[in-house]
Design a binder for this molecule. Structure first.
Ligand SMILES: [Zn+2]
Length: 1013
C-alpha cells in the first residue's frame, strides 16, 4: 500500500528546471482531491484551489457562487471575510475568478504567517460557506422594492456587474466568438451570467451546484513557493477529510468536447449603441465653456461601428509541442504591427483596429480568433455584414498565400525569439509567478491531462528549432491543417442597434411589471419586507467577537523599515553630468536572469500645451513607422528578433513639495534585451530616435485610427478612470496633461487628428517632427538601468556612447494652462451603468492630511464605501484615492446603477469619519493593509522603474520612511483630519459622471452633458 502523508498519496515527483522547482502530484486518498505542490525558492508564495464548474445555463450560477462563498463561512462567520482580509493582510494577490469552465480561488503572500492565514480563510470559505437566500439575493439578484406600491426593480452585485459587461461591445464580441465555436458544450453558455437570464436562477439550483461541485473530488489544489511542503498537505487534509468519498460517477463535471463542424457557421448579433443625435445643441451647457472640448469632432464620435471576428476551432490543449508551435505562429501572424495577417487586415482599411483574442489556450479546446473593429455601419447592417464577409475572405486569402509562398524567415525568427524571451524572462508583471503556473497547469489538468505538460518548455522549444533547422515547413503546415482545411470555423458580426438599449430596458420593465401584477397585495408587502430585511442585514455590523476570528497579523509582525531598492546615480561615460547640462543614469543592481532593462526618460517640459496630446502618438510613431533606413516591417522584425521589446510610455506626476503648476513630465523609451543583445537594443534606440521618418501618411493614418479605436474600446471598461481623470484635470498641470494625453481631451484630439489625416496629413507629420525636436535632447535626460552589477558596469560605456550622439538642445519650459471645465459634467456613454467621480484638491482649503490618510482611505474602501456603494447600492465597487504629492482627494465608483445615491454616500464620508468611534482592531487592520500596499511585491524590472519614478516625484528614502512611520502610528486623529478634508472637497466640489445619457439627464444634477461615444 502506498504510504500516506496527511491523507495524501504521492503519485509523481518531477524536477522542473525551467522554474527551479520540484513538482509533486498528490491524490487525497479518501476523497480523490488533487494537489499539485511546487517547491521553489520563490518567496511570493501562492495557494489556489479551483473547481470544475461548467455551467448548465446562462444564469451566471458559477459566477454568483464565486462571489457568494466569500460572504462568510463556518469558522469565519462574518459578512465578508474577503473584505476583512483585504483590509488587514500583506497579500500580494487575493481574488476569485470565474472562467467558462472553472472557478479559481487564488491567494499569495510573501509573508509566511499571512500566507497561512489567507489559505485557511479561503479553504473554509469554499468548503463551508454560509449560503442563505439572502446571499443569493445580495450577490446574485432579487426584486428590490421600497414600498409595496412602488415598481419592482432587479438588484444584485453580479446582476449589475454583468450589465456592465454586456454594455461593452468588445466583451460581447469575445463572448459571442467563444460561444460560436462550441455551441454544444458549456462554452456555448455564459458562466458570468446574461443579465436577462440571471433572474431565472433559483435558490435550490444555487445550493445544489455548491453541494455537487465544491467537493474535494472536484477540487484542484495548488501550492508554490518556499513554504514547508509537508504543512501544505496537513492544511488541505484538515478540510478534505471532512468530506466523504464521492458517490460513484460523481462529481460528473467533465467538460464536453465540441464535435467538429462540417461547414463554417456565421452569426450576427446586435449590441446597444447610443441613439442620441450627435453633439446636439441642447446637450451642451449654455455657458459654452466646453465648446472647445468637443470642437468639431462630435460628428466623428457619433457613427456607431460594427465589428467582426473569424474564429477557428483548434485541437485540445494536451500537446506541449503543438501549443508552443501555435504560440509562435500566433506571434508570426499578428504579434507585431508588421506581422502579415495583422498588416493585411489593418492595411485593408475595412476597419480601424484589429480585434479578437488571437490564440486561446485556457479552455479544453484551443481556438484562434481575429477580426476588425470600427467597421463602418452607416447604411445599415447589410453593409457591415458585407464588410465582415470581406474581412473573412481577406483572412483566408492571406493565410492561403502564406501557406503557399512560405513565411518570411525573419518573421519566424522574430516569433521564436519573442516567445523564447518571454518564457525565459518569466515576467508575470504584477501577478505572482506561481499564479501563472497554476493557470498553466489547469489548462491540461482540468481535462484529466498532465498538470506539468506545459511547464518544462526547453524540450518543445529545442524540438521546434530542430524541425525548422531541418527546413521543415512547420508553420505553413499548421496553417493548412488548422486554418485552411478546417471547416470548424465561424464568423461573428456585431452590429450597432440604437434602439436595443431601450428595448432591453422595456423588456426588463415589462417582466418586472408582470411579476408585480401576478403578486397579491400581501405577497408584495412581503417583498418590500424582504427588501428591508436584506438591507438591515447588510447594515448590521459584524460582532467584534466574530471579526476577531479572522486570523491576521499584528503590528509587531510588520517590518518597521521600508525595503530599499538598490538605487545609485552615476554619470554616463563621455556625457556631461546633469548639473553641467548633460544626463544622469540611475542603476539598480538586481538579479534579472541575464536580462537588461533600459529606460530613457526624456523631459517634456518644452512641449507646448497644444502638442501635449500628441506625445503618446509620437511614442508609437517612433516605433511603428520605420526610419529613414528601415521600412516599418524591417524595423518591427529587427526589434522582435534581437530584443525582448522596445516601447514608449508617458509619465506625468505632481512633485513633492511643489505647487499645482509643477509637473514631472517625461516621455520614456523603454527596452529590454539579454545582456549579449544590448548593443542591438542600443542601435535600434539610436535609429528610431535619430532617423525617425514620419512621412508615410498611409501608415500614420492607420496608427491614428488604431489609437482612436483602442481609446474608444477602453472607455466603458475604464469609465471610472475617464471620469476621475477628467475631474482631476481641473487641479494642476500634471493632471491636466494626463487628461490631455489619456482622457476625453486626448480622445477628442485623436479624433480630430484622424480628420486631419484625410485633409492635410503633411501637417500631422510636421507636428510629429516638431514635437520630437522638442523632446529629443540629452540635456536633462535620465537613463535607468536595471541588471546585475557586472552587466551594469559593462553596459554603461555603451549607453554613454549612444546618449552622447543625441542632440544637445536647450528647451524653454512651456507654460501649462489648467482647463476651465464645467463644474458638473456628464460624459455620455452607451452604458447601462454609471461611473461617479467627485472630490477635489484639499490644499485649496489649506488642508494637508499626512501619510496616515492612506490608512483612513483604506478603511473607507473596505468599510463604509464597500457597504454603501457596493453592498447597498449595487455598484461593483468604489474607491477613495488621496495623493500626498498633489493633494487630490477623489472618489470614484465602478459599474454603478446609481448617481445621486452614490454622491450622497461620498458626502456622508466626512461626517462619518469625524464622528467615528474607531475600533482599535479595525484601525490595526487598516494599518496592516496600508503597509501591504506600501510593500507590494515587485519583480526586478518593476523595482528599477519604481525607483526612478520616486526619483522623479521627489519621494526619497527619508520621506518614505517618515511616511511608513506615520502609517504605523496612525490614530483616530488622522481619521478625523481626513474626514475634514473630505468635507472640504465635497462641499460644492466638482462632479464628473460617465454613464448612460438617460440616467444623467434624469439625475437632477444639472450636468453639462458631452457625448463621448
Ligand atoms: Zn464578479
Amino acid at each position: 500500500m502506498t504510504q500516506l502523508i496527511h491523507g495524501f498519496a504521492l503519485e509523481r515527483e518531477q524536477q522542473v528546471p525551467e522554474l527551479a522547482a520540484t513538482a509533486r502530484i498528490y491524490r487525497h486518498q479518501k476523497t480523490g482531491g488533487r494537489l499539485l505542490s511546487l517547491i521553489s525558492p520563490d518567496e511570493n508564495k501562492v495557494f489556489g484551489v479551483a473547481f470544475r464548474t461548467p455551467p448548465a445555463d446562462s444564469t451566471g450560477l458559477p459566477h454568483i457562487l464565486e462571489h457568494s462563498v466569500l460572504c462568510g463561512s463556518r469558522k469565519y462567520p462574518v459578512k465578508e471575510p474577503f473584505v476583512e482580509l483585504i483590509k488587514g493582510s500583506l497579500n500580494t494577490f487575493l481574488n476569485a475568478l470565474t472562467f467558462p469552465d472553472k472557478t479559481c480561488y487564488p491567494v499569495a503572500s510573501a509573508n509566511l504567517q499571512d500566507f497561512y492565514n489567507l489559505v485557511d480563510v479561503y479553504l473554509d470559505a469554499v468548503f463551508f460557506p454560509r449560503l442563505t437566500e439572502n446571499t443569493l439575493k445580495q450577490e446574485g439578484w432579487h426584486y428590490d422594492v421600497e414600498n409595496a406600491a412602488d415598481p419592482l426593480s432587479f438588484k444584485g452585485v453580479v446582476f449589475n456587474e454583468m450589465k456592465g459587461v454586456y454594455s461593452s461591445p468588445d466583451s460581447l464580441l469575445a463572448e459571442y466568438s467563444q460561444r460560436s465555436l462550441y455551441p454544444d458544450t458549456c462554452y456555448g453558455l455564459d458562466s458570468g451570467g446574461d443579465p436577462e437570464r440571471i433572474p431565472d436562477l433559483t435558490f435550490e439550483q444555487f445550493m445544489d451546484f455548491h453541494k455537487r461541485l465544491y467537493h474535494p473530488s472536484n477540487a484542484y489544489a495548488f501550492f508554490s513557493g518556499d513554504d514547508d511542503p509537508e504543512k501544505r498537505l496537513a492544511m488541505l487534509d484538515e478540510y478534505f477529510s471532512q468530506f466523504d468519498a464521492p458517490a460513484p460517477g460523481e462529481p460528473a463535471s467533465e467538460v464536453a468536447v465540441q464535435p467538429p463542424f462540417a461547414a463554417p457557421r456565421r452569426f450576427v448579433h446586435p449590441y446597444a449603441a447610443d441613439g442620441a443625435a450627435d453633439g446636439a445643441a441642447e446637450d451642451r451647457d449654455d455657458s459654452g465653456d466646453d465648446a472647445d472640448e468637443n470642437g468639431d469632432a462630435s460628428g466623428e464620435a457619433g457613427a456607431a461601428r460594427a465589428m467582426c471576428t473569424v474564429n477557428f476551432g483548434l485541437p485540445d490543449t494536451q500537446s506541449p509541442d503543438l501549443s508552443l508551435a501555435l504560440e509562435v505562429l500566433e506571434h508570426v501572424l499578428i504579434g507585431l504591427p508588421s506581422s502579415p495577417l495583422r498588416k493585411a487586415l489593418v492595411d485593408s482599411a475595412l476597419g480601424e483596429d484589429l480585434t479578437g483574442g488571437g490564440l486561446e489556450t485556457d479552455l479544453r479546446q484551443m481556438s484562434f480568433s481575429v477580426g476588425l473593429k470600427g467597421i463602418a455601419a452607416t447604411g445599415g447592417n447589410a453593409v457591415a455584414e458585407a464588410t465582415a464577409d470581406k474581412v473573412e475572405a481577406l483572412v483566408l486569402a492571406t493565410l492561403r498565400e502564406l501557406a503557399e509562398t512560405g513565411l518570411h524567415p525573419d518573421d519566424i525568427r522574430a516569433g521564436i525569439n519573442s516567445v523564447e524571451f518571454d518564457l525565459r524572462e518569466n515576467n508575470t508583471g504584477s501577478y505572482p509567478r506561481g499564479l501563472v503556473v497554476f493557470f498553466e497547469a489547469l489548462s491540461t489538468w482540468l481535462y484529466d491531462g498532465d498538470p506539468l505538460a506545459h511547464l518544462p518548455f526547453e524540450g518543445p522549444l529545442a524540438r521546434l528549432k530542430a524541425r525548422l533547422a531541418k527546413g521543415e515547413k512547420v508553420f505553413e503546415d499548421l496553417i493548412r491543417a488548422h486554418f485552411l482545411n478546417n471547416p470548424h470555423r465561424t464568423q461573428v458580426v456585431l452590429v450597432p442597434d440604437t434602439t436595443l438599449g431601450a428595448r432591453r430596458e422595456a423588456v426588463e420593465q415589462a417582466r418586472l411589471q408582470a411579476v408585480k401584477e401576478s403578486l397579491s397585495a400581501p405577497e408584495l408587502e412581503r417583498l418590500a419586507q424582504e427588501t428591508h430585511e436584506l438591507r438591515a442585514l447588510q447594515e448590521a455590523p459584524d460582532s467584534p467577537e466574530d471579526l476577531a476570528k479572522i486570523p491576521r497579523l499584528t503590528l509587531a509582525d510588520l517590518p518597521r523599515e521600508n525595503a530599499r531598492i538598490p538605487h545609485e546615480r552615476v554619470d554616463l561615460p563621455g556625457v556631461p553630468s546633469l548639473c553641467d547640462g548633460g544626463a544622469a543614469a540611475f542603476v539598480h543592481d538586481l538579479p534579472t536572469s541575464g536580462v537588461v532593462y533600459l529606460d530613457l526618460a526624456f523631459d517634456m517640459a518644452g512641449v507646448p500645451d497644444e502638442l501635449v496630446p500628441l506625445v503618446p502618438l509620437l511614442g508609437r510613431a517612433l516605433l511603428e513607422m520605420g526610419t529613414r533606413r528601415s521600412s516599418f516591417v524591417d524595423l518591427s522584425r529587427a526589434i522582435a528578433m534581437t530584443t525582448g521589446g522596445l516601447w514608449a510610455q508617458t509619465f506625468v506626476s505632481s512633485v513633492r513639495g511643489q505647487g499645482p503648476e509643477a509637473a514631472s513630465q517625461r516621455l520614456f523609451l523603454r527596452g529590454k534585451a539579454t545582456a549579449e543583445n544590448l548593443p542591438s537594443l542600443l542601435d535600434l534606440i539610436s535609429e528610431v530616435l535619430l532617423e525617425a521618418d514620419f512621412s508615410d501618411s498611409e501608415r500614420l493614418g492607420k496608427i491614428i485610427l488604431e489609437a482612436k479605436a483602442r481609446r474608444e474600446q477602453r472607455l466603458i471598461p475604464a469609465g471610472h478612470t475617464l471620469a476621475a481623470t477628467r475631474l482631476k484635470a481641473r487641479t494642476g498641470a500634471a493632471q491636466a496633461m494626463s487628461e490631455a494625453m489619456g482622457g476625453l481631451t486626448g480622445l477628442t484630439f485623436v479624433r480630430e487628428l484622424a480628420g486631419r489625416m484625410e485633409t492635410a496629413p503633411e501637417g500631422v507629420s510636421r507636428d510629429l517632427h516638431r514635437l520630437l525636436a522638442l523632446v529629443l535632447s540629452r540635456r536633462g535626460l535620465l537613463v535607468n538601468l536595471t541588471a546585475d552589477g557586472q552587466t551594469i558596469a559593462s553596459a554603461l560605456p555603451r549607453i554613454g556612447a549612444t546618449v552622447s550622439a543625441l542632440p544637445d538642445t536647450v528647451q524653454t519650459p512651456a507654460r501649462r494652462a489648467i482647463p476651465n471645465l464645467p463644474k458638473r459634467e456628464g460624459l455620455c456613454l452607451p452604458a447601462q451603468v454609471n461611473y461617479v467621480a467627485a472630490g477635489g484638491n484639499v490644499r485649496a482649503f489649506g488642508l494637508e492630511p499626512g501619510a496616515a490618510a492612506a490608512v483612513a482611505s483604506k478603511f473607507l474602501r473596505a468599510g463604509y464605501l464597500w457597504e454603501r456603494v457596493r453592498v447597498q447600492g449595487g455598484a461593483y465597487g468604489a474607491s477613495c484615492a488621496y495623493s500626498r504629492l498633489s493633494g487630490n482627494l477623489v472618489f470614484a465608483s465602478y459599474r454603478d446603477p446609481n448617481v445621486s445615491r452614490t454622491l450622497n454616500a461620498y458626502a456622508g464620508v466626512g461626517p462619518y469619519l469625524t464622528a467615528l468611534n474607531l475600533d482599535p482592531a479595525e484601525l490595526e487592520k487598516s494599518i496592516i493593509g496600508s503597509i501591504g500596499d506600501i510593500d507590494h511585491y515587485m519583480l526586478p524590472d518593476a523595482k528599477g522603474f519604481t525607483a526612478l519614478a520616486r526619483e522623479l516625484t521627489g519621494e526619497d528614502e527619508e520621506y518614505r520612511q517618515a511616511s511608513r512611520e506615520a502609517v504605523l502610528g496612525a490614530s483616530q486623529k488622522d481619521f478625523a483630519a481626513f474626514g475634514e478634508a473630505v468635507n472640504a472637497v465635497m462641499q460644492d466640489g466638482p462632479v464628473v459622471i460617465a454613464g448612460g445619457r438617460e440616467g444623467l439627464e434624469k439625475s437632477g444634477l444639472d450636468l453639462s452633458l458631452t457625448k463621448v461615444l
